[in-house]
Write a protein that binds this ligand. Structure first.
Ligand SMILES: NC(=O)c1ccc[n+]([C@@H]2O[C@H](COP(=O)([O-])OP(=O)(O)OC[C@H]3O[C@@H](n4cnc5c(N)ncnc54)[C@H](OP(=O)(O)O)[C@@H]3O)[C@@H](O)[C@H]2O)c1
Length: 405
Protein backbone atom coordinates (compact mmCIF):
# COMPACT_ATOMS: atom_id res chain seq x y z
CA UNK A 1 0.00 0.00 0.00
CA UNK A 2 1.18 3.53 -0.75
CA UNK A 3 1.72 6.13 1.97
CA UNK A 4 -0.61 8.96 2.90
CA UNK A 5 0.12 12.24 1.08
CA UNK A 6 2.99 14.03 2.81
CA UNK A 7 1.25 17.33 2.33
CA UNK A 8 -2.53 17.32 2.65
CA UNK A 9 -4.37 18.44 -0.43
CA UNK A 10 -6.31 21.62 0.21
CA UNK A 11 -10.03 21.46 -0.51
CA UNK A 12 -9.83 24.28 -3.00
CA UNK A 13 -11.47 22.92 -6.11
CA UNK A 14 -14.79 23.67 -7.75
CA UNK A 15 -16.39 20.28 -7.26
CA UNK A 16 -19.21 18.66 -9.19
CA UNK A 17 -21.17 16.29 -6.94
CA UNK A 18 -23.47 13.96 -8.84
CA UNK A 19 -26.32 12.43 -6.84
CA UNK A 20 -26.38 15.45 -4.53
CA UNK A 21 -30.16 15.13 -4.56
CA UNK A 22 -29.85 11.69 -2.95
CA UNK A 23 -28.81 10.54 0.52
CA UNK A 24 -25.07 9.93 0.21
CA UNK A 25 -24.69 12.82 -2.21
CA UNK A 26 -26.33 15.29 0.18
CA UNK A 27 -24.12 14.17 3.07
CA UNK A 28 -21.08 14.37 0.86
CA UNK A 29 -21.88 17.78 -0.64
CA UNK A 30 -22.52 19.20 2.86
CA UNK A 31 -19.18 17.79 4.06
CA UNK A 32 -17.42 19.45 1.12
CA UNK A 33 -19.05 22.81 1.83
CA UNK A 34 -18.19 22.52 5.52
CA UNK A 35 -14.67 21.48 4.52
CA UNK A 36 -14.17 24.74 2.63
CA UNK A 37 -14.46 24.02 -1.10
CA UNK A 38 -15.04 27.21 -3.08
CA UNK A 39 -18.08 25.81 -4.95
CA UNK A 40 -20.19 22.67 -5.00
CA UNK A 41 -21.84 22.19 -8.36
CA UNK A 42 -25.10 20.26 -8.10
CA UNK A 43 -26.46 18.75 -11.30
CA UNK A 44 -30.23 18.33 -11.30
CA UNK A 45 -32.23 16.32 -13.80
CA UNK A 46 -35.37 17.89 -12.44
CA UNK A 47 -34.79 21.62 -11.74
CA UNK A 48 -38.03 21.82 -9.73
CA UNK A 49 -36.22 19.89 -6.97
CA UNK A 50 -33.88 22.81 -6.24
CA UNK A 51 -35.67 23.99 -3.07
CA UNK A 52 -36.00 20.46 -1.71
CA UNK A 53 -32.30 19.72 -2.29
CA UNK A 54 -31.32 23.11 -0.87
CA UNK A 55 -33.30 22.40 2.33
CA UNK A 56 -31.78 18.94 2.67
CA UNK A 57 -28.29 20.43 2.30
CA UNK A 58 -29.11 23.14 4.85
CA UNK A 59 -30.13 20.47 7.37
CA UNK A 60 -26.88 18.60 6.84
CA UNK A 61 -24.83 21.78 7.25
CA UNK A 62 -26.69 22.46 10.47
CA UNK A 63 -26.01 18.90 11.68
CA UNK A 64 -22.31 19.45 10.99
CA UNK A 65 -22.38 22.67 13.00
CA UNK A 66 -21.33 24.56 9.87
CA UNK A 67 -22.29 28.08 8.81
CA UNK A 68 -25.61 27.87 6.88
CA UNK A 69 -24.36 30.69 4.64
CA UNK A 70 -22.03 28.16 3.04
CA UNK A 71 -25.07 27.31 0.93
CA UNK A 72 -24.20 30.36 -1.11
CA UNK A 73 -21.40 28.25 -2.56
CA UNK A 74 -23.84 25.89 -4.25
CA UNK A 75 -24.17 26.28 -8.00
CA UNK A 76 -26.96 24.51 -9.86
CA UNK A 77 -26.64 22.83 -13.23
CA UNK A 78 -29.46 21.68 -15.49
CA UNK A 79 -28.44 18.13 -16.22
CA UNK A 80 -29.61 15.82 -19.01
CA UNK A 81 -31.13 12.38 -18.51
CA UNK A 82 -28.68 9.58 -19.30
CA UNK A 83 -30.55 8.64 -22.48
CA UNK A 84 -30.05 12.18 -23.78
CA UNK A 85 -26.40 12.70 -22.84
CA UNK A 86 -23.07 12.05 -24.50
CA UNK A 87 -19.47 12.64 -23.52
CA UNK A 88 -19.08 15.84 -25.56
CA UNK A 89 -22.19 17.34 -23.96
CA UNK A 90 -21.01 16.48 -20.43
CA UNK A 91 -17.55 17.85 -21.19
CA UNK A 92 -19.08 21.10 -22.46
CA UNK A 93 -21.20 21.43 -19.30
CA UNK A 94 -18.16 20.82 -17.10
CA UNK A 95 -15.91 23.15 -19.05
CA UNK A 96 -18.51 25.89 -19.08
CA UNK A 97 -18.80 25.72 -15.28
CA UNK A 98 -15.07 25.28 -14.67
CA UNK A 99 -15.38 21.94 -12.88
CA UNK A 100 -12.04 21.02 -11.28
CA UNK A 101 -12.98 17.84 -9.41
CA UNK A 102 -15.82 15.32 -9.66
CA UNK A 103 -17.34 13.34 -6.79
CA UNK A 104 -19.64 10.78 -8.36
CA UNK A 105 -22.32 9.73 -5.87
CA UNK A 106 -25.19 9.14 -8.29
CA UNK A 107 -26.01 5.49 -8.58
CA UNK A 108 -28.75 2.99 -9.10
CA UNK A 109 -29.25 0.95 -5.95
CA UNK A 110 -32.03 -1.28 -7.20
CA UNK A 111 -30.70 -4.77 -6.46
CA UNK A 112 -32.16 -6.38 -9.55
CA UNK A 113 -32.87 -3.96 -12.40
CA UNK A 114 -29.89 -5.07 -14.46
CA UNK A 115 -30.59 -2.66 -17.30
CA UNK A 116 -30.69 0.37 -14.99
CA UNK A 117 -27.67 -0.89 -13.05
CA UNK A 118 -25.66 -1.14 -16.26
CA UNK A 119 -26.88 2.21 -17.56
CA UNK A 120 -26.54 4.27 -14.37
CA UNK A 121 -23.68 2.59 -12.55
CA UNK A 122 -21.47 1.54 -15.46
CA UNK A 123 -22.34 3.51 -18.63
CA UNK A 124 -22.98 6.85 -16.90
CA UNK A 125 -19.79 6.48 -14.86
CA UNK A 126 -17.85 5.85 -18.07
CA UNK A 127 -19.33 8.90 -19.80
CA UNK A 128 -18.65 11.15 -16.82
CA UNK A 129 -15.11 9.80 -16.49
CA UNK A 130 -14.39 10.39 -20.19
CA UNK A 131 -15.85 13.89 -20.00
CA UNK A 132 -13.79 14.61 -16.88
CA UNK A 133 -10.67 13.44 -18.71
CA UNK A 134 -11.49 15.64 -21.69
CA UNK A 135 -11.83 18.67 -19.43
CA UNK A 136 -8.71 17.80 -17.47
CA UNK A 137 -10.26 17.63 -13.98
CA UNK A 138 -7.73 17.12 -11.22
CA UNK A 139 -9.44 14.04 -9.77
CA UNK A 140 -12.51 11.84 -10.15
CA UNK A 141 -13.74 10.38 -6.85
CA UNK A 142 -16.02 7.41 -7.31
CA UNK A 143 -18.35 6.37 -4.48
CA UNK A 144 -18.57 2.60 -4.69
CA UNK A 145 -19.68 0.17 -1.99
CA UNK A 146 -17.79 -2.05 0.43
CA UNK A 147 -19.78 -4.97 -0.97
CA UNK A 148 -18.43 -4.47 -4.51
CA UNK A 149 -16.10 -7.42 -3.86
CA UNK A 150 -19.01 -9.88 -3.94
CA UNK A 151 -18.98 -13.23 -2.17
CA UNK A 152 -15.37 -14.38 -2.05
CA UNK A 153 -13.05 -16.19 0.31
CA UNK A 154 -10.75 -14.05 2.43
CA UNK A 155 -10.40 -10.34 2.66
CA UNK A 156 -11.87 -7.69 0.37
CA UNK A 157 -8.65 -5.89 -0.46
CA UNK A 158 -8.27 -2.19 -1.08
CA UNK A 159 -7.54 -2.69 -4.74
CA UNK A 160 -9.45 -3.28 -7.94
CA UNK A 161 -11.01 -6.70 -7.64
CA UNK A 162 -11.35 -9.63 -10.00
CA UNK A 163 -14.61 -11.47 -10.46
CA UNK A 164 -15.70 -13.39 -7.35
CA UNK A 165 -17.40 -16.80 -7.48
CA UNK A 166 -20.74 -15.06 -6.94
CA UNK A 167 -22.38 -11.77 -6.05
CA UNK A 168 -25.12 -11.03 -3.53
CA UNK A 169 -26.97 -9.13 -6.27
CA UNK A 170 -26.38 -7.64 -9.73
CA UNK A 171 -25.97 -4.29 -7.89
CA UNK A 172 -22.65 -5.28 -6.30
CA UNK A 173 -21.45 -6.61 -9.64
CA UNK A 174 -22.31 -3.30 -11.36
CA UNK A 175 -20.40 -1.30 -8.72
CA UNK A 176 -17.31 -3.49 -9.16
CA UNK A 177 -17.48 -3.02 -12.95
CA UNK A 178 -17.81 0.73 -12.51
CA UNK A 179 -14.65 0.75 -10.37
CA UNK A 180 -12.73 -0.88 -13.24
CA UNK A 181 -14.23 1.57 -15.71
CA UNK A 182 -13.17 4.64 -13.78
CA UNK A 183 -9.70 3.30 -13.10
CA UNK A 184 -9.26 2.65 -16.83
CA UNK A 185 -10.51 5.91 -18.29
CA UNK A 186 -7.26 7.83 -17.81
CA UNK A 187 -8.47 10.49 -15.38
CA UNK A 188 -6.77 10.66 -11.92
CA UNK A 189 -9.08 8.68 -9.66
CA UNK A 190 -9.88 7.71 -6.09
CA UNK A 191 -12.40 5.03 -5.16
CA UNK A 192 -14.15 5.10 -1.78
CA UNK A 193 -16.19 2.12 -0.65
CA UNK A 194 -18.54 2.88 2.24
CA UNK A 195 -20.39 0.01 3.91
CA UNK A 196 -24.04 0.38 4.96
CA UNK A 197 -24.83 3.89 6.12
CA UNK A 198 -26.91 4.40 9.28
CA UNK A 199 -27.77 7.38 11.52
CA UNK A 200 -25.11 9.54 13.11
CA UNK A 201 -22.98 8.21 15.92
CA UNK A 202 -23.98 10.78 18.52
CA UNK A 203 -27.77 10.94 18.31
CA UNK A 204 -28.77 8.33 15.76
CA UNK A 205 -30.10 10.97 13.37
CA UNK A 206 -30.63 9.39 9.95
CA UNK A 207 -31.44 11.39 6.85
CA UNK A 208 -31.61 8.71 4.17
CA UNK A 209 -34.33 6.68 2.58
CA UNK A 210 -35.29 3.44 4.19
CA UNK A 211 -32.44 1.33 2.85
CA UNK A 212 -30.19 -1.20 4.54
CA UNK A 213 -30.91 -1.58 8.23
CA UNK A 214 -33.80 0.88 7.99
CA UNK A 215 -35.38 -1.28 5.33
CA UNK A 216 -35.19 -4.19 7.77
CA UNK A 217 -36.74 -2.18 10.61
CA UNK A 218 -39.42 -0.81 8.31
CA UNK A 219 -40.21 -4.32 7.06
CA UNK A 220 -40.56 -5.55 10.64
CA UNK A 221 -42.69 -2.58 11.58
CA UNK A 222 -44.99 -2.87 8.56
CA UNK A 223 -45.24 -6.63 8.21
CA UNK A 224 -45.04 -7.89 11.76
CA UNK A 225 -46.61 -5.30 14.03
CA UNK A 226 -50.20 -5.55 12.83
CA UNK A 227 -50.73 -8.16 15.55
CA UNK A 228 -48.76 -9.66 18.42
CA UNK A 229 -46.51 -12.56 17.45
CA UNK A 230 -45.84 -14.85 20.40
CA UNK A 231 -43.34 -16.78 18.28
CA UNK A 232 -40.90 -15.18 15.89
CA UNK A 233 -38.90 -17.26 13.42
CA UNK A 234 -35.88 -15.63 11.93
CA UNK A 235 -32.37 -15.97 10.58
CA UNK A 236 -29.87 -14.21 12.79
CA UNK A 237 -26.25 -15.16 12.20
CA UNK A 238 -23.48 -14.18 14.59
CA UNK A 239 -21.22 -12.65 11.92
CA UNK A 240 -20.61 -8.90 12.35
CA UNK A 241 -22.63 -6.69 10.04
CA UNK A 242 -20.56 -3.78 8.82
CA UNK A 243 -22.38 -0.50 9.41
CA UNK A 244 -21.10 3.04 9.01
CA UNK A 245 -22.44 6.09 10.81
CA UNK A 246 -23.31 8.88 8.39
CA UNK A 247 -21.13 11.40 10.24
CA UNK A 248 -18.27 8.88 10.22
CA UNK A 249 -18.74 8.72 6.43
CA UNK A 250 -18.46 12.51 6.15
CA UNK A 251 -15.33 12.68 8.30
CA UNK A 252 -13.71 9.77 6.45
CA UNK A 253 -14.59 11.22 3.06
CA UNK A 254 -12.87 14.53 3.81
CA UNK A 255 -9.85 12.81 5.34
CA UNK A 256 -9.49 10.61 2.24
CA UNK A 257 -9.74 13.61 -0.08
CA UNK A 258 -6.94 15.38 1.75
CA UNK A 259 -4.59 12.57 2.60
CA UNK A 260 -5.05 9.50 0.39
CA UNK A 261 -3.07 9.53 -2.88
CA UNK A 262 -4.68 9.15 -6.29
CA UNK A 263 -5.21 5.67 -7.72
CA UNK A 264 -6.17 4.28 -4.31
CA UNK A 265 -9.18 2.28 -3.15
CA UNK A 266 -10.39 2.84 0.39
CA UNK A 267 -12.76 0.53 2.26
CA UNK A 268 -14.63 3.04 4.42
CA UNK A 269 -15.82 0.58 7.03
CA UNK A 270 -16.06 0.22 10.78
CA UNK A 271 -13.76 -2.22 12.57
CA UNK A 272 -15.48 -5.61 12.33
CA UNK A 273 -14.86 -6.36 16.00
CA UNK A 274 -16.93 -3.34 17.05
CA UNK A 275 -19.92 -3.95 14.77
CA UNK A 276 -23.05 -5.68 15.97
CA UNK A 277 -24.05 -9.00 14.45
CA UNK A 278 -27.44 -9.70 12.93
CA UNK A 279 -28.08 -11.70 16.10
CA UNK A 280 -27.49 -8.65 18.28
CA UNK A 281 -29.65 -6.53 16.01
CA UNK A 282 -32.44 -9.06 16.46
CA UNK A 283 -31.99 -9.02 20.22
CA UNK A 284 -32.43 -5.24 20.12
CA UNK A 285 -35.58 -5.59 18.08
CA UNK A 286 -36.95 -8.36 20.29
CA UNK A 287 -36.64 -6.00 23.26
CA UNK A 288 -39.17 -3.76 21.48
CA UNK A 289 -41.76 -6.28 20.28
CA UNK A 290 -41.24 -8.78 23.12
CA UNK A 291 -42.43 -12.10 21.74
CA UNK A 292 -42.62 -15.13 24.04
CA UNK A 293 -40.17 -17.13 21.94
CA UNK A 294 -37.66 -16.37 19.19
CA UNK A 295 -36.51 -19.23 16.95
CA UNK A 296 -33.12 -18.49 15.45
CA UNK A 297 -32.17 -20.36 12.28
CA UNK A 298 -28.63 -20.39 10.93
CA UNK A 299 -29.64 -19.91 7.26
CA UNK A 300 -32.65 -18.85 5.28
CA UNK A 301 -32.98 -22.35 3.74
CA UNK A 302 -33.38 -23.82 7.24
CA UNK A 303 -36.70 -22.06 7.83
CA UNK A 304 -39.79 -24.08 6.94
CA UNK A 305 -41.64 -21.15 5.40
CA UNK A 306 -44.90 -23.15 5.06
CA UNK A 307 -44.99 -23.75 8.80
CA UNK A 308 -44.76 -20.16 9.95
CA UNK A 309 -47.18 -17.27 10.14
CA UNK A 310 -47.95 -15.69 6.75
CA UNK A 311 -46.73 -12.26 7.82
CA UNK A 312 -43.43 -13.70 9.03
CA UNK A 313 -43.10 -15.58 5.79
CA UNK A 314 -43.69 -12.32 3.91
CA UNK A 315 -41.09 -10.56 6.06
CA UNK A 316 -38.46 -13.27 5.60
CA UNK A 317 -39.02 -13.32 1.85
CA UNK A 318 -38.76 -9.51 1.73
CA UNK A 319 -35.57 -9.54 3.78
CA UNK A 320 -34.03 -12.67 2.28
CA UNK A 321 -31.19 -11.00 0.39
CA UNK A 322 -30.22 -8.77 3.30
CA UNK A 323 -30.32 -11.76 5.65
CA UNK A 324 -28.08 -13.70 3.28
CA UNK A 325 -25.66 -10.78 3.05
CA UNK A 326 -25.69 -10.62 6.86
CA UNK A 327 -24.96 -14.33 7.11
CA UNK A 328 -21.83 -14.07 4.97
CA UNK A 329 -18.61 -13.46 6.85
CA UNK A 330 -17.26 -10.26 5.29
CA UNK A 331 -13.72 -9.27 5.96
CA UNK A 332 -12.57 -5.86 4.76
CA UNK A 333 -8.99 -4.68 4.56
CA UNK A 334 -8.88 -1.43 6.51
CA UNK A 335 -5.40 -0.19 5.74
CA UNK A 336 -6.19 3.39 4.73
CA UNK A 337 -8.63 3.94 7.57
CA UNK A 338 -6.04 2.66 10.05
CA UNK A 339 -3.40 4.89 8.52
CA UNK A 340 -5.65 7.97 8.71
CA UNK A 341 -6.59 7.25 12.33
CA UNK A 342 -3.00 6.47 13.36
CA UNK A 343 -1.72 9.68 11.78
CA UNK A 344 -4.34 11.70 13.67
CA UNK A 345 -6.08 12.76 10.44
CA UNK A 346 -9.36 11.07 11.33
CA UNK A 347 -11.38 10.59 14.51
CA UNK A 348 -13.62 7.75 13.48
CA UNK A 349 -16.72 6.60 15.37
CA UNK A 350 -17.10 2.90 14.73
CA UNK A 351 -20.57 1.41 14.67
CA UNK A 352 -21.12 -0.49 17.93
CA UNK A 353 -24.03 -2.21 19.63
CA UNK A 354 -24.67 0.92 21.70
CA UNK A 355 -24.43 3.39 18.83
CA UNK A 356 -26.73 1.29 16.65
CA UNK A 357 -29.11 0.96 19.60
CA UNK A 358 -29.41 4.77 19.52
CA UNK A 359 -30.35 4.63 15.87
CA UNK A 360 -32.98 1.99 16.56
CA UNK A 361 -34.33 3.97 19.55
CA UNK A 362 -34.80 6.95 17.29
CA UNK A 363 -36.54 4.85 14.67
CA UNK A 364 -38.82 3.31 17.27
CA UNK A 365 -39.61 6.67 18.89
CA UNK A 366 -40.70 8.04 15.51
CA UNK A 367 -42.96 5.09 14.69
CA UNK A 368 -46.71 5.47 15.23
CA UNK A 369 -47.14 1.81 14.33
CA UNK A 370 -44.81 0.67 17.12
CA UNK A 371 -46.39 3.03 19.65
CA UNK A 372 -49.82 1.62 18.82
CA UNK A 373 -48.44 -1.94 18.92
CA UNK A 374 -47.04 -1.48 22.43
CA UNK A 375 -50.25 0.12 23.67
CA UNK A 376 -52.55 -2.49 22.18
CA UNK A 377 -50.53 -5.53 23.28
CA UNK A 378 -49.24 -4.29 26.61
CA UNK A 379 -50.74 -7.31 28.40
CA UNK A 380 -49.21 -9.87 26.04
CA UNK A 381 -45.62 -8.57 25.82
CA UNK A 382 -43.14 -11.02 27.34
CA UNK A 383 -41.10 -10.02 30.36
CA UNK A 384 -38.49 -12.58 29.32
CA UNK A 385 -38.29 -13.74 25.72
CA UNK A 386 -36.98 -17.23 25.26
CA UNK A 387 -34.34 -17.69 22.57
CA UNK A 388 -34.35 -21.05 20.78
CA UNK A 389 -31.48 -22.08 18.53
CA UNK A 390 -32.66 -24.20 15.63
CA UNK A 391 -29.90 -26.30 14.09
CA UNK A 392 -29.66 -26.81 10.34
CA UNK A 393 -30.23 -30.52 10.73
CA UNK A 394 -33.43 -30.07 12.71
CA UNK A 395 -34.93 -28.97 15.95
CA UNK A 396 -33.94 -26.90 18.88
CA UNK A 397 -30.61 -27.53 20.51
CA UNK A 398 -30.59 -24.91 23.19
CA UNK A 399 -32.87 -22.48 24.90
CA UNK A 400 -31.94 -19.23 26.56
CA UNK A 401 -34.05 -16.54 28.06
CA UNK A 402 -33.40 -12.85 27.89
CA UNK A 403 -34.82 -10.22 30.12
CA UNK A 404 -36.21 -7.57 27.84
CA UNK A 405 -37.19 -5.05 30.46
N1 LIG B 1 -26.93 4.36 1.24
C1 LIG B 1 -25.90 3.58 1.56
O1 LIG B 1 -25.85 3.00 2.65
C2 LIG B 1 -24.75 3.41 0.59
C3 LIG B 1 -23.67 2.64 1.00
C4 LIG B 1 -22.60 2.45 0.13
C5 LIG B 1 -22.61 3.05 -1.11
N2 LIG B 1 -23.67 3.78 -1.51
C6 LIG B 1 -23.62 4.39 -2.85
O2 LIG B 1 -24.01 5.75 -2.77
C7 LIG B 1 -24.65 6.12 -3.98
C8 LIG B 1 -25.93 6.87 -3.65
O3 LIG B 1 -26.78 6.04 -2.89
P1 LIG B 1 -27.89 6.66 -1.94
O4 LIG B 1 -28.04 5.77 -0.80
O5 LIG B 1 -27.60 8.08 -1.74
O6 LIG B 1 -29.19 6.51 -2.86
P2 LIG B 1 -30.30 7.60 -3.21
O7 LIG B 1 -30.66 8.42 -2.05
O8 LIG B 1 -31.39 6.83 -3.90
O9 LIG B 1 -29.58 8.52 -4.27
C9 LIG B 1 -29.28 8.06 -5.56
C10 LIG B 1 -28.79 9.24 -6.37
O10 LIG B 1 -28.43 8.75 -7.67
C11 LIG B 1 -29.08 9.52 -8.65
N3 LIG B 1 -29.55 8.72 -9.78
C12 LIG B 1 -30.23 7.56 -9.73
N4 LIG B 1 -30.58 7.20 -10.97
C13 LIG B 1 -30.09 8.16 -11.81
C14 LIG B 1 -30.14 8.35 -13.20
N5 LIG B 1 -30.76 7.50 -14.01
N6 LIG B 1 -29.54 9.44 -13.71
C15 LIG B 1 -28.92 10.34 -12.92
N7 LIG B 1 -28.87 10.22 -11.58
C16 LIG B 1 -29.44 9.13 -11.05
C17 LIG B 1 -30.32 10.10 -8.00
O11 LIG B 1 -30.63 11.28 -8.69
P3 LIG B 1 -31.95 12.10 -8.42
O12 LIG B 1 -31.66 12.85 -7.14
O13 LIG B 1 -32.03 13.01 -9.60
O14 LIG B 1 -33.06 11.12 -8.31
C18 LIG B 1 -29.88 10.30 -6.57
O15 LIG B 1 -29.34 11.58 -6.40
C19 LIG B 1 -24.88 4.88 -4.79
O16 LIG B 1 -23.95 4.87 -5.84
C20 LIG B 1 -24.59 3.73 -3.83
O17 LIG B 1 -23.98 2.67 -4.49
C21 LIG B 1 -24.76 3.98 -0.69
Amino acid sequence: MQRLNDTPRPLDRRTLVTGAGGYVGTLTAAALLAGGVPAVLVPLRDPSRKDEVRSALALELLALGADPHLQERIEWLDWPEIDDMNVAMLAALMRDRRVEEVVHCAGCIDYYDERALQQVNVDYTRMLGEAALAVGVARFVYISTAYAGGYREGQIREALLDEPPSDPTPYTCSKRRAEHVIAGVGVPWLILRPSVLIGDARRGRYSGKRYGLYQQWMGLERLMCGKYHADIHTVAPEAPLNLLHQDAWQASFLACLKHVPDASVVNVVSEASSCPSMRQLWQMWVAVVRPQRVHFYPRFEDVDLRAIDLRQRAYLSFAQINLEIGAHVWSFQRGWMHALESAGHLAFDHATVDSVQQCQDRFVAASDILREFSRRHADSLAVMSQFIEVRSDENAVSNQSLSVR
